[in-house]
Design a protein around this ligand. Structure first.
Ligand code: NAD
Length: 331
C-alpha cells in the first residue's frame, strides 16, 4: 500500500469539513445547498480514501457516525437502542457484494431478504407503554434524539393507542410529507416570499421539528412504520411477519414490501421501482434490503453507523439530479 502524502491527508480533511458543513445544513437547518447525489459522491470519495489509508480513519469522521444533531429548543432523549443509518449501494454489484458479506458471516445458512421502499422522510421512534403512545423522538445523532411527542400526536396516522396492551414497545419508521402537500406548501411559501424546501424530506423534517405543534398539524404529514427498537412480550421471528404484526396492531405499514428468496430476486425488482416510483403519492429515494430472519439480523449486528443486515439501494437519478423539479413536474 502506498504511503499517505500531505496531499491525501489534506484532501481527507477537506472532505470531512465539507461533509460536516452539508450535514449541518441538511440535518439541523433542513436546508441542503447541494443535491443528495453530490453529497453521496463526497462521502464515497472519503470512504475510498479511508479504505485505502485506514490510518487516516478517526472516530469523529462523518463516515463513522450518524449524521444528525439535536436542535436548540428541544429536549434530548436517549434511545434505548441506537438509531442507526444505512450503508448505501449504488449498483447491482454493490448489492451482490452486500449479499456475499452477509452470507460469509452466516456460513451454510439460507438467507432471505425483504425489499422495502426507501421513503424519503425522516426516521422517528414511538414509545408505547401498555399499548398507549407516551413519547416520540427523532433519530438525532443516533444516541440522542429530539423529543417531538407533541408534534407527533398531531399526525393522524400515528395511533395513540394500539390494539394490544404490550408492556413496552418502541416502534420505528419514517415520517414523510406526501408529494401533493409538498408542492402546495412550497407554492404557499413562494407566495408569502418565504424560502422553499428543497425536497419532501426536508419539508417533513422542518415541519416536525417545530416548537409549535399547530404548525406541524397544518402540514399534513404521514408515517410508515417498519421496525422495532425494543419490544417486551412478543417475538415475530421474521421481518416480514413483523410488518404484518405492526399492521395488525394499528400501525400504518407500507404495502409495497416483498419477501425475496435471494439477492437476484431483489435485483429483479429494481427496474420496476425505478419507473413506478413516480406514480407513488410520496417520494422514495431508493429501496431498502433487509435480512428477513430477526435471529440472523441479531447475529450479524451493526457497526457504529449502520446495521450489517440491511442496505439502502439509491436510484441513479437521485445520485445525480436535484429532486425538486422532478417531483413538481411529475406530481
Ligand atoms: P439514508 O437516508 O441513506 O438511510 C437511512 C435512513 O433511511 C433511515 O434513518 C430511515 O430514516 C430511512 N428509511 C426510509 N425508508 C426506510 C425503510 N423502509 N427501512 C429503513 N429505513 C428507511 O441515511 P441518512 O444517514 O439518514 O442520510 C444520508 C443521506 O441523506 C445521504 O445519502 C444523502 O442522500 C442525504 N444527505 C444529503 C445532504 C445534502 O446536503 N444534500 C446532506 C446530508 C445527507
Amino acid at each position: 500500500m502506498s504511503a499517505v502524502t500531505p496531499e491525501i491527508k489534506a484532501r481527507v480533511e477537506e472532505l470531512r469539513r465539507e461533509i460536516n458543513y452539508h450535514n449541518h445544513q441538511y440535518y439541523v437547518l433542513d436546508n441542503p445547498t447541494i443535491t443528495d447525489g453530490q453529497y453521496d459522491q463526497l462521502v464515497q470519495e472519503l470512504l475510498r480514501l479511508e479504505n485505502a489509508y485506514p490510518e487516516l480513519v478517526t472516530p469523529d469522521s462523518p463516515t463513522q457516525r450518524v449524521g444528525g444533531e439535536i436542535q436548540k429548543g428541544f429536549t434530548a432523549v436517549q434511545h434505548r437502542v441506537p438509531m442507526l443509518s444505512l450503508s448505501n449501494a449504488f449498483s447491482e454489484n454493490d448489492l451482490r457484494e452486500f449479499d456475499r458479506r452477509v452470507r460469509s458471516n452466516l456460513p451454510g445458512e439460507e438467507v432471505e431478504y425483504v425489499l422495502e421502499l426507501k421513503i424519503d422522510g425522516l426516521a422517528i421512534s414511538l414509545w408505547y407503554e401498555q399499548g398507549v403512545f407516551v413519547r416520540g423522538a427523532t433519530r438525532g445523532d443516533g444516541e440522542l434524539g429530539e423529543d417531538i411527542t407533541a408534534n407527533l400526536r398531531t399526525i393522524k396516522a400515528i395511533p395513540l393507542r394500539i390494539k394490544e396492551s404490550i408492556p413496552f414497545l418502541e416502534v420505528r419508521g419514517e415520517a414523510y410529507m406526501p408529494k401533493e402537500s409538498f408542492v402546495r406548501l412550497n407554492e404557499a411559501r413562494e407566495e408569502a416570499g418565504e424560502p422553499l424546501f428543497a425536497n419532501p424530506r426536508n419539508a417533513a423534517a422542518g415541519s416536525l421539528r417545530q416548537l409549535d405543534p399547530r404548525v406541524t398539524a397544518s402540514r399534513n404529514l404521514s408515517v410508515f412504520m417498519y421496525a422495532i427498537g425494543h419490544l417486551e412480550g412478543a417475538n415475530p421471528g421474521t421481518h416480514a411477519r413483523l410488518l404484518g404484526w405492526l399492521k395488525d396492531l394499528g400501525f400504518r405499514v407500507n404495502q409495497h414490501y416483498k419477501l425475496c428468496k435471494d439477492i437476484e430476486e431483489v435485483i429483479r425488482q429494481i427496474d420496476k421501482w425505478q419507473e413506478q416510483r413516480f406514480e407513488l403519492p410520496y417520494a422514495i429515494d431508493g429501496l431498502v434490503i433487509k435480512v428477513n430472519s430477526l435471529d440472523q439480523q441479531q447475529r450479524l449486528g451493526a457497526t457504529l453507523k449502520s446495521p450489517r443486515w440491511a442496505i439502502a439501494y439509491k436510484f441513479p437519478a437521485e445520485q445525480a439530479v436535484s429532486t425538486i423539479k422532478d417531483i413538481i413536474i411529475r406530481v
